[in-house]
Design a protein around this ligand. Structure first.
Ligand SMILES: Cc1ncc(COP(=O)(O)O)c(C=O)c1O
Length: 370
């Protein structure tokens, strides 16, 4: 079967993990500090704090902004459930906004309609890697802090600037199938030093000095620390960070290959009227192309047809206000209309041109027969 996603690993990641295991320090330690430094540089921000997932990063971002009971946070409905769950974890109310039909990013006009006196933050997702129009959003948001969910967007740039540092806090995923894949991992990126320091305590139960910080170069260590605030256990570890450091060096090449594959799909599916490709990127909107999400007529029939011929596809996403836990109450017409057409085509750096051609031919054959 051709998979929808596949991490891009080789011996380098294996050697990096072996080195960490042999070093005797596999928890939160020097590799994580190195990854944080390099990822902050890559993202053009002052601070990166490594966490164990993007879900944890979103939760952390809301805690840093003191979001709590009685607050509202505007979130896109067209996203993975984590984006809204993080709001619920903090006892606040997610207010769902509709999507832009063309980009599938949050509809900024709908955000404007949904801002109230209780709005404490706005979370946006750079959907599939395509940056949200952050300047326009900032004009609408005014003083309300923007959290960028960059789970799909490691390497995306808005007006030439890496995403993750344009809003108040960026949240990244390094989950197994993301563009920068560590197995599990995440991070927040930000320019506010006080918030970054608080995040470093909160990710480690509120303890003011982690074990590595209390360990000297000769590995002698002293036990004493303080806990002023109750925190989580959500830090990144050195095994994952070692993989991440290798992946970070490969990221630009991996994203370039993703872009090449999307161009092949675009060329190969040209003229297939019942398929709409995602908008081209470039200019102000440079995508990391985490997803190649097409709009396809007879989506489920096409997906089954492809599966029967050895090609897996996915759907990203069912609008999350349609899940029972979010009540299925709000009417968000664009998302509800578009969702039944969405189909994620296989996209990962190791996907061969011959496989892309086979996928294109199979899609064409489906529409000729149906
Ligand atoms: C938009 C979005 N936000 C958040 C997450 C959560 O990431 P993680 O699996 O690292 O918690 C995902 C995961 O796929 C995602 O797609």
């Amino acid at each position: 079967m051709i998979q929808v996603f596949k991490p891009w690993y080789d011996d380098e990641e294996i050697l990096a993990v072996a080195e960490v295991i042999k070093s005797g320090w596999v928890g939160l330690g020097p590799k994580t500090a190195q990854f944080e430094k390099e990822f902050a540089e890559f993202s053009a921000v002052k601070h990166c704090v490594g966490l164990n997932s993007c879900t944890a990063a979103l939760d952390m971002a809301l805690k840093l902004l003191d979001v709590n009971h009685g607050d509202e946070v505007i979130v896109p409905t067209m996203t993975f459930v984590s984006t809204a769950h993080a709001v619920a974890y903090n006892l606040a109310t997610p207010i769902f906004a509709d999507c832009d039909e063309h980009t599938l990013n949050i509809d900024i006009d709908d955000v404007a309609r949904k801002i109230s006196s209780r709005t404490k933050a706005i979370i946006v997702v750079h959907y599939g890697g395509r940056p949200v129009d952050l300047d326009r959003l900032k004009r609408v948001a005014g003083d309300i802090p923007i959290i960028e969910d960059c789970a799909h967007a490691a390497g995306s740039r808005y007006k030439g600037v890496p995403v993750g540092g344009i809003g108040r806090i960026g949240c990244f995923s390094f989950h197994a199938v993301k563009n920068l894949a560590m197995g599990e991992g995440g991070a927040i990126t930000l320019n506010d030093t006080a918030l970054a320091e608080r995040a470093k305590r909160l990710r480690w139960l509120g303890i003011d000095k982690g074990t590595w910080d209390r360990t000297k170069l000769d590995r002698s260590y002293w036990w004493e620390y303080n806990v002023n605030e109750i925190g989580l256990k959500s830090h990144l570890n050195d095994i994952a960070s070692a993989i991440g450091l290798v992946q970070l060096r490969k990221l630009e090449a991996a994203n370039a290959r993703r872009r090449e594959i999307v161009a092949l799909y675009r060329e190969g599916l040209r003229g297939v009227e019942r398929v709409i490709m995602p908008p081209e990127d470039g200019g102000d909107f440079e995508s990391a192309w985490h997803l190649c999400e097409i709009k396809a007529q007879r989506r489920d029939d096409l997906s089954l047809y492809l599966r029967d011929r050895g090609i897996n596809t996915g759907v990203h996403y069912k609008p999350i206000h349609m899940y029972r836990c979010y009540g299925n109450r709000t009417m968000l017409p664009v998302s509800e209309r578009i969702f039944p057409t969405l189909l994620t085509l296989p996209l990962y750096p190791a996907l061969r041109n011959s496989e892309v051609e086979m996928i294109i031919d199979t899609i064409r054959a489906f529409y000729e027969q149906h």
